[in-house]
Write a protein that binds this ligand. Structure first.
Ligand code: CTP
Length: 408
């Protein structure tokens, strides 16, 4: 297909070279349209050599080809990476003061913006309004990644990784099985504070939840990731909500559930929390007895959500997916515990994991069984094994299938 790659004037412009390679290596014909200021970061020679096409920023080059009309009309896809605050503002207000903004006005196909800027600029109401305007007109504006920015600062504002932009761009051209749906995923392990420096935690790394988020993004969904403590970064492109405790997570999930089509509870939520959090550090002393920690039950977020959904008129989220971490013991095996948990939680699907100290937690490989209340004993559920990414793609495919079945 014909792709226009618009490059804005930000330091992340160099990463657009990797994105360009992903398109050209897949056989797409890419015309790069850099803004004037982006050439401070990457020169025209780089874009011409990598794309094999002539490159211009101005409507007054090669006037006989009428590039300011032709490029937009002919493009099957326009991707802008990095999309700076200035470029988003110019695009939102419909300006036509260089070749790229002209091309955006002439677009006939999907347009994808991959923002990159400092956190303050991204969070500024002016930028938020411009992003909302562009989205309301049908453009895809990706969420930036979170992490180290150009200076010493870090936060939301990193250009999403080229692979994530590439996947989102392809999904914009050919909608994936979850296009048009909002998927909320919880990930990581909650931490329940004892005092300002200590907490009760668990071994969840967040790898399964983030792999599911990437798979849902690749399937075209809008993804909201409610992340407790994770050892891995959130994938670029998700809307990230960071939480610490089970109670924080419950509040975030309840808020997100109202406009979600799918909820996937992949987080390891602490079942118990200390009955109180001491305001100052707990000290040891020979004069007082050692502390005894009393635990109280946390709410079961998944079960509550299913009950609320079933009692509500909106019936959102349409599909609620739970995870179960089981070791099995002398009284029941893993599958038996999984079936009981599915019945107890009432969710629509339950992804069953066999766990142990070196099984699943923190690992890249996993093996799961997807249980549904419709399973019959005659046809036991099959097992899916592979990397957490491979398994996540299969789980997401199953979710898309369930949604489609509910629609029809
Ligand atoms: N879960 C939840 N709220 C909790 C505990 C768990 O929403 N307070 C969710 C998890 O996110 C997961 C599912 O419930 O999707 C099962 O979690 P798991 O720890 O396996 O089950 P528990 O309900 O805690 O049961 P038990 O530990 O007794 O096996």
């Amino acid at each position: 297909m014909r792709v226009v790659l618009g490059v804005g004037g930000g330091i992340a412009a160099y990463k657009a070279a990797s994105l360009l390679r992903l398109f050209t290596e897949a056989g797409h014909n890419v015309s790069v349209v850099p803004t004037e200021s982006s050439k401070q970061f990457v020169g025209v020679a780089t874009w011409e050599a990598l794309s094999g096409n002539t490159v211009s920023s101005s409507v007054f080059d090669e006037v006989e080809k009428v590039n300011h009309v032709r490029l937009g009309h002919e493009a099957d896809l326009i991707v802008v990476a990095p999309a700076t605050a200035d470029l988003l503002a110019r695009a939102a207000s419909g300006q036509a003061n260089d070749l790229l903004t002209n091309t955006l006005l002439m677009a006939r196909g999907p347009v994808v913006f991959a923002p990159a800027m400092h956190t303050e600029m991204w969070a500024h109401p002016a930028t938020a309004a411009n992003v909302a305007t562009l989205r309301s007109r049908g453009a895809v504006v990706l969420e930036p990644g979170v992490g180290r920015l150009t200076g010493k600062d870090s936060g939301p504002g990193r250009l999403p990784e080229p692979e994530a932009i590439y996947a989102a761009a392809l999904a914009a051209v050919e909608p994936g099985p979850l296009s048009g749906t909002t998927v909320t995923i919880t990930a990581g392990g909650t931490r329940e504070p004892l005092d300002p420096v200590r907490f009760l935690g668990n071994r969840s790394s967040g790898k399964q939840g983030t792999a599911l988020a990437s798979a849902a993004l690749a399937a075209g969904a809008k993804v909201r990731l409610i992340a407790a403590h994770m050892d891995v970064p959130a994938p670029a492109g998700v809307e990230l909500v960071s939480v610490e405790t089970a109670l924080d997570m419950r509040a975030a999930v309840r808020e997100a559930a109202a406009d979600s089509d799918v909820l996937i509870m992949a987080a390891a939520v602490a079942d118990f929390r200390p009955d109180r959090t001491v305001e100052t550090k707990i000290k040891k002393s020979d004069d007082v007895p050692d502390p005894v920690i009393t635990l109280v039950r946390n709410p079961d977020i998944l079960r509550e959500l299913v009950q609320d959904r079933d009692a509500s008129a909106t019936a959102a989220p349409r599909l609620i997916v739970g995870f179960a971490a089981e070791t099995g013991d002398a009284s029941a095996d893993v599958l038996e515990y999984g079936r009981k948990k599915l019945a107890r939680k009432g969710c629509d699907l339950l992804v069953l994991n066999r766990v142990g100290r070196s099984l699943v937690f923190g690992q890249d490989e996993t093996e799961v069984t997807i249980l549904s209340p419709q399973d019959s004993d005659l046809e036991p559920a099959g097992t899916i094994a592979g990397t957490k990414s491979e398994v996540s793609a299969r789980i997401v495919a199953r979710i898309a299938g369930e949604l489609a079945a509910r629609r029809s």
